[in-house]
Design a protein around this ligand. Structure first.
Ligand code: ADP
Ligand code: ASP
Ligand code: MG
Length: 408
């Protein structure tokens, strides 16, 4: 007998018929003698619908009230799934995030989980019930409802699995595992049997939304066995593993990730003097805007260009923040571009191999794709390109690195 935490995403609970299918699967797992805790997302499209309702009243919604609205989507799904289980003779009980007490900090819309009170869940499991928990939501120390950021149900599931010391955390979704690239963009993408935490962390942070980045961080930190599986068909899925040497394919590149929701800001003619980077980025970070890539060119005549990227939804905020402080950069000109995309190669094999970057750049140049920014780490190379080339770049790189072939 094992304790399994399963998470079903929006598409997997997107209709009453699909919820019934999920109930069938959960009931079978329970009947096989396992303790089962299920975390669910809102039905597909529901969180977007709630977001539109909120922004139709207030374009920049009040964050506390936005969380009150957004968290309702998951509450519908937990109730419906429990009904479908009870109808099948499978005892089940639902909890919202605040009922369990998923304690978070107070950063509305991107709260971080601090502590999970698991007593009620353990008591229900001991009584033979399946426990169904609303993903994506928590409660702060003052009782305010919080949410964990888009895709946050993955993190709810992994955090719960860590708190309960579950034998496995299974993320059930509309693909049957983690692929070498988003299978919707690259039809030839191949499912990986295993991927290391480190690589999965890079893939998630560089745009592969199959797992929310914080869920991978949690799984790595608390050593939660994590598997991505299809909710529609049986299969082994993809295991996220620590074991870099013996179990994982000996590939140079494990995958390609793409991210479209970034924007680029350039300050041209900035004084090339100490402290300028801080003067530009300090106010941006004070506004809680995350900066991603940063490039400062070699200066001439005491002036230089400074470019950085932010999330596209933060672009207006970042631009007005910089415009208010323009005096700090003399007569510099500030421009922005919100039709960029970042494409990244990820692989632990890069550590020991040179030449990957040049092959990447040649492949893109053969396709006539201009590279605007480059950033590298030990296990990834990212380039910023025009958004309209993101699919072409993805497919060309997938072919060039032979990612559809199982490595020897
Ligand atoms: P859920 O609603 O179940 O949380 P998501 O839409 O958040 O599902 O994540 C699943 C989607 O992630 C897939 O449909 C796929 O298009 C996308 N995806 C992006 N990169 C990858 C990848 N490398 N492997 C598998 N899926 C990926
Ligand atoms: N329902 C939320 C979203 O759409 C959380 C999730 O699905 O993980 O982002
Ligand atoms: Mg998701």
């Amino acid at each position: 007998m094992a304790l399994i935490v399963q998470k079903y995403g929006g598409t997997s609970v997107g209709s009453v018929e699909r919820i019934e299918k999920v109930a069938e699967r959960v009931a079978t797992l329970k009947e096989a003698g396992n303790d089962v805790v299920v975390v669910v997302s809102a039905m597909s499209g529901e969180t977007n619908r709630l977001m539109e309702l909120a922004t139709s009243i207030m374009p920049q919604p009040n964050p506390r009230e936005l969380d009150v609205v957004l968290s309702t989507g998951e509450q519908v799904t937990i109730g419906l799934l429990c009904m479908a289980l009870i109808k099948r003779g499978c005892a089940a009980k639902s909890y919202t995030g605040s009922q369990v007490r998923f304690r978070t900090d107070s950063t509305h819309t991107k709260a971080r989980i601090e502590h999970i009170e698991d007593e009620r869940i353990r008591a229900d499991l001991a009584d033979g019930r399946v426990v169904v928990v609303a993903g994506f939501q928590g409660v702060d120390k003052d009782g305010n409802i919080t949410t964990l950021g888009r895709g946050g149900s993955d993190t709810s599931a992994v955090a719960l699995a860590a708190a309960l010391k579950a034998d496995e955390c299974q993320i059930l979704t509309d693909v049957d595992g983690v692929y070498t690239s988003d299978p919707r963009i690259v039809p030839k993408a191949r499912r990986l049997d295993k991927i290391t935490f480190e690589e999965m962390l890079e893939m998630a942070s560089l745009g592969s939304k199959v797992l929310q980045i914080r869920s991978v961080e949690f799984a790595g930190k608390y050593n939660v066995p994590l598997r991505v599986l299809s909710s529609f068909e049986d299969g082994e899925g993809t295991l996220i593993t620590y074991d870099e040497d013996t179990n994982v394919e000996q590939a140079l590149i494990s995958g390609i990730a793409a991210k479209r929701d970034e924007a680029q800001i350039t300050l041209s003619g900035v004084p090339d003097s100490p402290g300028v980077a801080y003067q530009i980025l300090g106010p941006v970070s004070d506004m809680n805007i995350e900066v991603d890539m940063i490039v400062q060119n070699v200066g001439a005549d005491g002036l230089t260009d400074f470019t950085f990227t932010v999330g596209r939804s933060d672009l207006d905020k970042a631009m007005s923040c910089l415009q208010e402080r323009i005096e700090t950069c003399g007569n510099c000109e500030i421009t922005s571009n919100d039709s960029i995309a970042k494409v990244s190669l990820v692989g632990v094999g890069m550590r020991s191999h040179a030449g990957i970057a040049s092959k990447m750049f040649k492949t893109l140049s053969d396709e006539g794709i201009n590279i605007q920014l480059i950033s590298t780490s030990e296990i990834k190379i990212s380039v910023v390109i025009d958004e309209k080339y993101v699919e072409l770049a993805n497919r060309a790189l997938h072919d060039a690195f032979g990612l559809d072939q199982v490595p020897d």
